[in-house]
Design a protein around this ligand. Structure first.
Ligand SMILES: C[S@@+](CC[C@H](N)C(=O)[O-])C[C@H]1O[C@@H](n2cnc3c(N)ncnc32)[C@H](O)[C@@H]1O
Length: 169
């Protein structure tokens, strides 16, 4: 459901540039790139700090996340080769990579470490960098208060979708 919503959002908004955090095997990445491919426009920059431990990993809040990538595979490995020309992956923690990224995306999507500190940091980065009327989205926003505080404190318009989304005003 979440991935279908993402696919339809990309089809509608036709972003030229999107930044995504949290790739893992590449399910959301695939739906973003498929929509961009059909739109014939769009580049995706994805950031992932991959986890190869089959027992998952513990986020900055000490909470478990069961996502892992099989040994020998890279983040986004399920993305078919024909979609790859619109896609670049940056490996590392979003807190280290985003501050060095000098871009103005049309859309930002958070799905990496869902700790309060990391979500707050990424959403601040997104609000500063996304273009005016750009879209900011996040998954698992019920994990902590970061999304609720973000939409309450920023000049954004919330969208009612199967995924948390808001337009920067
Ligand atoms: C929930 S999964 C992403 C799922 C993916 N969007 C999908 O649709 O399949 C979270 C991913 O973020 C990675 N990750 C964890 N902490 C991170 C961080 N600080 N910065 C970037 N990626 C991180 C994890 O290793 C994992 O690959």
């Amino acid at each position: 459901m979440k991935e279908i919503a993402i696919y339809l959002i990309i089809k509608k908004y036709r972003p030229s540039l999107m930044v995504e955090t949290g790739v893992a095997n590449g399910i959301s990445t695939y739906f973003i790139l498929k929509a961009m491919h059909e739109n014939k426009i769009g580049k995706l920059i994805s950031i992932d700090y991959p986890n190869y431990n089959k027992k998952g990993y513990v986020n900055e809040d000490g909470k478990p996340d069961m996502v892992f990538i099989p040994a020998g595979k890279e983040p986004g490995w399920i993305v078919p080769i024909e979609l790859g020309d619109r896609f670049s992956v940056m490996i590392g923690k979003s807190a280290d990579i985003l501050p060095k990224l000098d871009v103005i995306p049309d859309i930002f999507y958070h799905d990496s470490d869902h700790s309060y500190t990391n979500m707050k940091f990424e959403l601040e980065w997104a609000y500063t960098h996304v273009k005016k009327r750009g879209l900011i989205m996040a998954d698992d926003t019920n994990t902590n208060n970061a999304w609720a505080e973000f939409v309450a404190s920023k000049n954004v318009k919330r969208l009612r979708l199967p995924i948390s989304a808001a337009i920067k005003q």
